[in-house]
Design a protein around this ligand. Sequence first.
Ligand code: ZN
Length: 387
Amino acid sequence: MGSKKLVIEAKSVVTPFEELRDIIVEVEGRYISQVVPAQSFHSQGGSRIAADIVAPGFIDLQVNGAGGVDASQVAELGLDTVSTTLARFGVTGFLPTVITAPQRELVQSLNALGRALEKPLDGAAALGIHLEGPFINPVKRGAHPVNGVKIPKVEYFQKLQDAANGRIVYLTLAPELPGSLDLIKYARGVLPIVSMGHSDATYEQALEAMRAGCDFATHVFNAMRDFHHREPGLVGIILTETRMRASVIADGTHVHPAVVEMLLKVKEPTRAVLATDCISAAGMPDGEHRFGTLTVFVKNGVCHDQEGRLAGSTLTMDLAVRNCLSWTHLARTAIFRMASYNAAEALGVADRKGTVTKGADADLVLLNETMKVEKTIVAGQIVYSRN
Ligand code: ZN
C-alpha cells in the first residue's frame, strides 16, 4: 500500500523562484511528489483540494511566543499552542526565540525548549532555537531586561547550548563587545546563523565581525546604531555588503513602510528575510501579555514595555507578506522568497524546505487571491484549515 496522497489543484504556484499557472502539486506522505502542469497530470486517486495560490510554508526565524504562550513558559505550557497559532498564519517552520534573562531562568527556558523540540508539534515545526540574548549591548537592549546581559564568552554559550540539548541554531550578539570576535568564530563553526543585533557597532566593528563570519543581522534598523552618513554603523554594512543577510520586521511600526521599500531597493531581496519578532500576544486580543520575564502592554496590536519601549510585535507572517506586497515594488516571487526560502537557506535546510519542488518537504501554505491563508500543510498533514 502506498502512502497517503493529497492532490492540490493550484491556479498559481509561487515556487518561489517563479510563478507557475494551473499546476498540480501532489503530496505523498511527508514529501512533494509532483509539481506538474494540470493538463499533463493523470489522476491516480488521493484526496483533492483546490487553491488560488500555493507557496512554500512561511519560515519565521524569530518567535518569542504566540497564542498566549511565551517561549520561556514552555516547561509549564508546552509549545503546541505556539505551533498551532503560527500555523493559522501560514507558518510551517519557526525558531522559538529566547531573550535575555538571568542565568537560572535562561537555562530553565532552554532546557524546556530543548525537550519540547524532541517531539513533533501539532502545527508549525520548530526548526531549532534562536538565542537572542544575553550577549547584547545594554545601550541597544530594547525591551531585553538589563538583568542577565553578559559579556560574550564561549564557555557561557556552550553552557546554554548544553542546556538547550544542542538545539540552538541562531545566535544574536553585539559584535562590538569584548570577547565577541572569539564567540563569533567559535559559534560560526557550530551554528548556521550567527547574527549581529542589539548592537551599537560602528561600521568598522560590523565589518570586522562580518569578516569573522557574522554575516546576518537581526531586525535591521531596530536596536542598532542609527544610520549616519559619516558613521553608517551596522546598517551601512547591511545595506552595502551582499554577503550580509538581514531580517526585517515589516509591521509598519518597527520600520516605516518607506524604509522597508528603501531596504529592498538597496539590498537584494535574495538576502532579506521577513521575521515577525512576535510575542505571546500574537493571535490574541489586546491587553497584558508576557514577553520573557516581562509583562508588556498591547494596544491596537502594538507591544510596549513599562517604560514605553517597543517590546516585540503581534505581527504574523501572512500580514508581513501582504504589507510588503502593498509597500514595495517587488514581485510576489521575491516577497514569498523572503518569507520562506531565504530563511531556509540561512538555516542550511534549503535542499528540503522553502521551495515547492518535487522531493522537498510538503510544507505548504495555500492562500486565496486576497493573500489570506486558507490552509497550512506541514510534512504532508493539513494542520490548519480556515473552514
Ligand atoms: Zn530583538
